[in-house]
Design a protein around this ligand. Structure first.
Ligand SMILES: Nc1ncnc2c1ncn2[C@@H]1O[C@H](COP(=O)(O)OP(=O)(O)OP(=O)(O)O)[C@@H](O)[C@H]1O
Length: 269
């Protein structure tokens, strides 16, 4: 459903994305992880049609992206800037549905349903500033869901909430994934999160940004914050993604010097 081919992007003479090729299937949840400055946000902007890449193309459902596509929704980290403070929560969720040409009654019903799916049925008549940060981010997710996009792009969506809320929101995304065949690309700095939510983890390297590896995530049973994170396969994948993000290649785990180096690096911003 999404095909990125030979994608390049430069800001002036600063090359940020180098020859990226990625295919994403309908209903798939792909995590994109990489060190700060490797071009994750630039990649999402090119996919969202907010920026024209300097080379290559992005094709969504057989159409080359050239401007913001109709069947796409984006959830940003900064929920406080993406919700309109003068509109109620329900009206914020219903707002983009005007683009769909839906009647007011239908928009309202779709907003109520989306708010229910993020467990915020009682918050519809409140204003965003009356809610906690985690609740506001739920509203942003509800707004994206109400739109029923073919593709949902999430740029560090849980970067501004506390650890417990972050886990709840990760589980929320796992619950809604695949709804109506919705495909999700989720950019994160958090290696554990990339493995926990992803069907596949795409690891980017930097200078310039490029795809370093793609790792399928095959974990048993429905995912759960406690048991999944204790699975040997989860632990193995987390370590492998961690090494790749830090720029080490497979097999380097045997080196004591490498391990000492790994433990010093903090990839978070
Ligand atoms: N509008 C812009 N003009 C010029 N350079 C830019 C612009 N936006 C980003 N850059 C540069 O491009 C590089 C990649 O930035 P980008 O924000 O895409 O990376 P990122 O991986 O999302 O970073 P982070 O994880 O820190 O958010 C950085 O060196 C950044 O300074």
């Amino acid at each position: 459903m999404l095909e990125i081919s030979a994608l390049h992007h430069s800001y002036g003479d600063h090359e940020v994305l180098h020859d990226m090729n990625l295919t994403v299937a309908e209903g798939e949840l792909v995590s994109i992880v990489g060190p700060s400055g490797c071009g994750k946000s630039t990649l999402l902007r090119c996919i969202a049609g907010l920026m024209r890449p300097t080379g290559g193309k992005v094709v969504l459902n057989d159409t080359v992206i050239d401007g913001v596509p109709d069947n796409l929704a984006v959830v940003f980290q900064d929920y406080s800037r993406s919700l309109l403070p003068w509109l109620t929560v329900r009206d914020n969720v219903a707002l983009p549905l005007r683009r769909r040409g839906m009647a007011k009654k239908e928009r309202r019903a779709a907003a109520e349903e989306a708010l229910k799916s993020v467990d915020l049925s009682d918050a519809g008549t409140k204003y965003p500033w009356q809610l906690s940060g985690g609740m506001q981010q739920r509203v942003s997710i509800a707004r994206a869901l109400a739109y029923r996009p073919a593709l949902m792009l999430m740029d560090e969506p849980f970067g501004s909430v506390d650890a417990q809320t972050r886990e709840d929101l990760e589980d929320l995304v796992l619950n809604v994934r695949g709804t109506d065949g919705m495909t999700i690309l989720l950019v994160t700095h958090d290696i554990d999160e990339s493995v926990y939510v992803g069907d596949r983890v795409v690891v980017l390297g930097r200078n310039p940004g490029r795809i370093r590896a793609e790792l399928p995530v095959e974990l048993p049973g429905p995912r759960d914050q406690i048991t999944t994170r204790a699975e040997p396969e989860f632990v193995r994948l987390r370590a492998e993604v961690g090494r790749l993000v830090r720029g080490h290649t497979k097999g380097s785990e045997d080196s004591a010097a490498q391990q000492a180096e790994d433990s010093k690096v903090d990839v978070k911003p």
